[in-house]
Design a protein around this ligand. Structure first.
Ligand SMILES: C[S@@+](CC[C@H](N)C(=O)[O-])C[C@H]1O[C@@H](n2cnc3c(N)ncnc32)[C@H](O)[C@@H]1O
Length: 269
């Protein structure tokens, strides 16, 4: 087992926040962004949900299922279109409570699962309006969360049995670092990582069980799809997608190397 940090929760939370702040897009570049560079394409996440419903499985699914009673309740924070929570909720005929700040994601989730309860808002700001569930989970959200200690505390307070968190080992846009250097001369950070999130949860007093494994799917289906996403992330005009695709091939960004994910969980007593 990897050794855990002995730093205090306050120090680890402050480091997480400071590391994430260094991912901010320089103001002069963001000023020219044609669209929100941090936005998500609903269609891409809906595809991910279709795939996970067709082939449910993996460490997150198994850990949620093991603690979720038949007919119970599952809270999925940053649910998107439901890729992480919906398969387990369906398997256990559980009620899915899906929280997300993106109304478009929740609308698509509502089409896929009309019985799901959807609550729009930012976690933990809206936690008071959200019921407690048997299991609270979140997948691929925490790299968007500066105040991670408060985020984890609210998840724990909303779970009767277990908290399950899935995240990539590295920042989800790390793949674009060579493109940032090429198009903007900007060096992207390499921290925080999943290890920092695990260390923080452990320092908060949770007995964290963690597992790291190969990601089950590819981030993009083609270099064209990667280029479209890169234009958004790098604040470039979408008309430059072909140029970005060429650069991705030359710089070795495409094909993307295999990614790894971490699933961490802790019991709530
Ligand atoms: C990368 S997507 C992941 C969606 C889904 N969990 C999955 O695994 O496919 C992240 C989602 O979290 C939402 N999100 C990010 N930070 C949030 C927060 N603090 N509160 C609520 N939703 C958040 C975004 O709107 C987005 O839909």
């Amino acid at each position: 087992m990897t050794e855990r940090s002995t730093d205090s929760p306050a120090a680890l939370a402050a480091r997480w926040r400071a590391d994430l702040e260094r991912w901010a897009i320089p103001a002069e570049i963001a000023a020219n962004a044609p669209v929100n560079p941090w936005g998500h394409a609903v269609d891409r996440f809906a595809r991910r949900t279709d795939a996970s419903l067709a082939r449910p499985g993996g460490p997150t699914f198994e850990r949620v299922l093991a603690a979720l009673p038949e007919g119970g309740t599952l809270l999925d924070v940053g649910a998107g279109t439901g890729a992480a929570g919906l398969p387990a909720a369906k398997d256990r005929r559980a009620r899915l409570i899906a929280v997300d700040e993106n109304a478009g994601m929740l609308a698509r989730l509502g089409e896929l699962s009309p019985e799901a309860v959807t609550i729009e808002g930012r976690w933990p700001d809206i936690a008071d309006k959200v019921p407690v569930a048997d299991v609270a989970m979140c997948a691929h959200v925490v790299f968007n969360v500066p105040d991670l200690a408060e985020f984890f505390a609210a998840l724990t307070a909303h779970a009767r049995r277990r908290v399950v968190v899935e995240l990539p080992e590295e920042h989800p846009t790390s793949w674009a670092a060579p493109l940032w250097a090429h198009f903007h001369g900007v060096t992207r950070p390499v921290t925080p990582t999943a290890r920092d999130a695990v260390d923080l949860a452990a320092a908060m007093g949770h007995d964290v069980d963690e597992e790291t494994y190969p990601a089950p799917d590819d981030l993009f289906e083609s270099v064209e799809e990667l280029a479209g996403s890169a234009c958004r992330r790098l604040c470039l005009d979408p008309a430059r997608a072909a140029e970005v695709a060429d650069a991705a091939l030359v710089l070795g960004v495409w094909p993307l190397p295999p990614r790894r994910w971490t699933t961490m969980s802790w019991e709530v007593c």
